[in-house]
Design a protein around this ligand. Sequence first.
Ligand code: ATP
Ligand code: MG
Length: 398
Amino acid sequence: MSEPGAPIAPDRIGSTSVPAAAPASLAAPTATEGLTAADLHKAFGDHPVLRGVDLTVPDGAFAAVLGASGSGKTTLLRILAGFERPDRGVVAVGGVILDDDHHHLRAERRRVGYVPQEGSLFPHLTVEGNVGFGLRVREGREAEIAELLERVGLSGLGRRYPHELSGGQQQRVALARALAVRPRIVLLDEPFASLDAGLRATVRADVRAAVRRSGATAVLVTHDQDEALSIADLVAVIRDGVVAQVAPPRDLYESPVDPDLARFVGEANLIEGISYGSAAETPLGWLELRDGHRPARQQVTVLVRPEQLRVAASAGGGPGVAARVVETGFHGHDALVRLVMEDAAASPMVARVVGGMRLEAGAQVTLKVTGPVHCWPTPPAGDASPDLPAAQPDAGPG
Ligand SMILES: Nc1ncnc2c1ncn2[C@@H]1O[C@H](COP(=O)(O)OP(=O)(O)OP(=O)(O)O)[C@@H](O)[C@H]1O
Ligand SMILES: [Mg+2]
């Protein structure tokens, strides 16, 4: 085995074959594969962080890796970049193997643009100096830097120093520098974490557009489910050292693999019911199941997202299940209302209410579920699924 940092054997460069030692889970890479990680393991001392991560990002796609703090997101990104070597597993880009048991291609040879978690600009260099840092001296260098700055919306700021820029502008300089090497892969480590909410949305959209225009395959890591769902074509959730689910944002939100994952990617009402084919009987009435048929009379746990719960004032006499408002958390664009059903011992429910509807604590209302719902067979008591921390704090009421 070659040492970390040793160049890849010349006969391996451009190889599209999977090494004999590759895990069975790695399908043969194809030319359309932007990035493949297979069975990645990494431990620090006796603390395992990655325990078999599998992730394939199609060429040109934008993927988000979502996970709790300390779940190994930065570790995964540093392995993909080539700064860290996996204990086991394979990394391939466009079918070319960069890491396996025998090979390790150095970071600087990977054509990877890396935007690290913390501010990474050289304080003594101007914006132009920072962006051009990785560019070899050559004809057209200035024009190239100007084009990169335009691409990230910073035209005219090339002569400034980092301390003369806002946080969002600094992030965009870091991105321009990552794009300067014309990367095949762009890796972004929580690049918007230090920005305030208003700026974050703008910078996020700018970065998304700039990466898209560059044609690179991108992986962004974040612990913010809102960010992951809004920016990515594909979201992978990392939990207990493995990818628990990888799916387009809507599929992940609507059909998570288990209740803990449902709670991790947003507010979730989980209620017990009995399935009968394509519907389930629950304390909220008969609900249509999203994913087709279940065996008759199966005990199921049903996921109802807050925006699927329609709340109406009881005085209106509309159809639905009687409930009482416990509290309301106002969020500007909407409000999250916590309620209890009058006739059920079920735990409190959360409904998302938009518009000017004011619901004070104690108000009597009716609840109705709209649209199909997802469900899982309820595991026997004591058979708990792995824990994930609760969803983001700003997603809950009050
Ligand atoms: N070089 C290292 N030596 C020892 N332990 C490390 C090292 N790098 C990371 N770890 C540990 O590995 C685990 C995963 O760290 P990592 O930085 O990958 O998490 P993360 O998901 O990026 O977290 P965050 O969201 O807080 O940035 C943590 O427990 C961390 O303490
Ligand atoms: Mg990190």
